[in-house]
Structures are given as structure tokens and as C-alpha cells.
Ligand binder design. Structure first.
Ligand code: ZN
Length: 236
């Protein structure tokens, strides 16, 4: 039986900050921990979204690709989907939706939401893959494409991390999107006018997996870095 109470995380956003961007888990391994998820590829190679066991990558040209089992990632979240119907929303802004979700759940544990529906506007980004030696996250992330669509139908997959775990996760919501016609998606910068069904899955356990086979990570000295400051700059 798959454990639907567990959120699995490989790597952390913190290790991306100084540029530890080696792919340290394969998609095949990641899918053993869930059929739903988000992440980024080696060298920040696009934005990943896993829906119903199928891993999609939105690359920096905006193209949506299905990735193979040997595709590797430095950072990912995944879990086995067991969502419960939460509510229906109509024409909600991003901030109103976030507020509504938090009043209906708790801000003190990890959870995921999925909204299937239409959005009056969504803005996404996808980063271009960089090669080793890697620059910092903020430098690498400068080479990103921003995409925008109006009246688009698709799935907004979100993970929420409690502020008290800021660092292991990034406190707050992290949204990825894939349109139903698979022509648009990525890491969501902003959205507006959400109309559709909201489903919720709450977790009581975070399984944090670290890349202990990666020498660069194991030997790295984080003491001189403002990791949290840089994360918030890169993710906002
Ligand atoms: Zn993302």
C-alpha cells in the first residue's frame, strides 16, 4: 500500500542556492515515491510536473516533454495522490485563493492541493539548463523564459510548506501548472481568476532524502551563505 500521508522530498531548495545542480535522483527512483510531484532537472533544466504517474517537463522554450526514466533532478517533491474534494472556487485571485485554502486547512503542516479548472491568466517560467561548473541559483535562474496565457484550462498542482519549516522547504505555496492540451505550463509566477474544483491532501510526515552519493554536496561549506535570503529572492 502506498503511504499517502508522506510527502517525499529529494534535496532541498537550499542546496540549489550555491549551485549544487547535479541531478542526484533519477525520474525512475522519484516515481517510486509518488505518482504526483514537482521538481527541476539537472542544471535547472526546465520545470517538472508529475500528474497521474506521468512526468512532464516544461523546457525553456515552453515546450512540454514527457521525460524518460533516466532523467535526473537535483530537487523534487513527490507523493502518492489521494486527494479529497475541498471546495469549489469561482474567479478567485491568487491571494484570495491562498487565504481561503489556509482558513480551510492548517498552516502548520505540509499539504498539497490540485485545482483543475480555468484561469483568466497565468504567468509561468522555465529556466534554461546550465552546464557544469554551475553558477549560483540566482545567476542560473536569470536565464529563464517567462510565458503567459489568458483563459487557460488545466491543472494547478501546489505544495504548501509551513513557515516553521522554512529552509527544509520554502515557507508558503509552490505552484506548478500544466494545461489540459499540454501546450503550456511551468513554475507559476502568478495567476488570476481561478474557477474550478479544489482538492486537498494533507501530510503528517515529511520524508527528507539527501544526495549523500554526491561529493560536491557532501563536501560543501554552507557557512558563508545567506541561504534563506537567496531562496526568497529566487522564488519570489
Ligand atoms: Zn517550481
Amino acid at each position: 500500500m502506498s503511504k499517502t500521508n508522506i510527502l517525499y522530498q529529494h534535496g532541498t531548495l537550499a542546496l540549489l542556492v550555491p549551485g549544487l545542480l547535479d541531478g542526484t535522483i533519477t525520474m525512475k527512483e522519484l516515481l517510486e515515491h509518488g505518482d504526483t510531484g514537482i521538481g527541476t532537472g539537472e542544471g535547472l533544466d526546465g520545470e517538472l510536473i508529475i500528474l497521474d504517474g506521468t512526468p512532464y517537463q516544461v523546457d525553456s522554450t515552453g515546450k512540454v516533454n514527457i521525460v524518460s526514466d533516466d532523467f535526473t533532478l537535483p530537487f523534487a517533491n513527490s507523493h502518492f495522490g489521494n486527494y479529497q474534494q475541498l471546495t469549489e472556487v469561482k474567479d478567485l485571485s491568487q491571494s484570495d485563493l491562498n487565504k481561503k485554502l489556509l482558513t480551510m486547512t492548517s498552516s502548520n503542516t505540509f499539504f498539497s492541493t490540485q485545482i483543475h479548472g480555468t484561469f483568466t491568466n497565468i504567468k509561468t517560467r522555465a529556466v534554461k539548463k546550465s552546464q557544469k561548473p554551475y553558477a549560483t541559483l540566482s545567476k542560473t535562474a536569470e536565464d529563464q523564459s517567462v510565458f503567459q496565457r489568458d483563459s487557460i484550462t488545466g491543472t494547478l498542482l501546489s505544495y504548501y510548506s509551513p513557515m516553521i519549516f522554512d529552509g527544509a522547504g520554502v515557507g508558503g505555496f509552490h505552484h506548478h501548472f500544466l494545461s489540459d492540451d499540454h501546450t503550456f505550463g511551468g513554475h507559476v509566477l502568478s495567476f488570476d481568476g481561478a474557477t474550478g474544483d479544489v482538492k486537498l491532501q494533507q501530510f503528517d510526515t515529511l520524508e527528507q532524502h539527501l544526495p549523500t552519493q554526491n561529493t560536491d554536496y557532501m563536501k560543501f561549506d554552507f557557512s558563508d551563505w545567506d541561504i534563506l535570503g537567496d531562496i526568497h529572492k529566487a522564488e519570489s
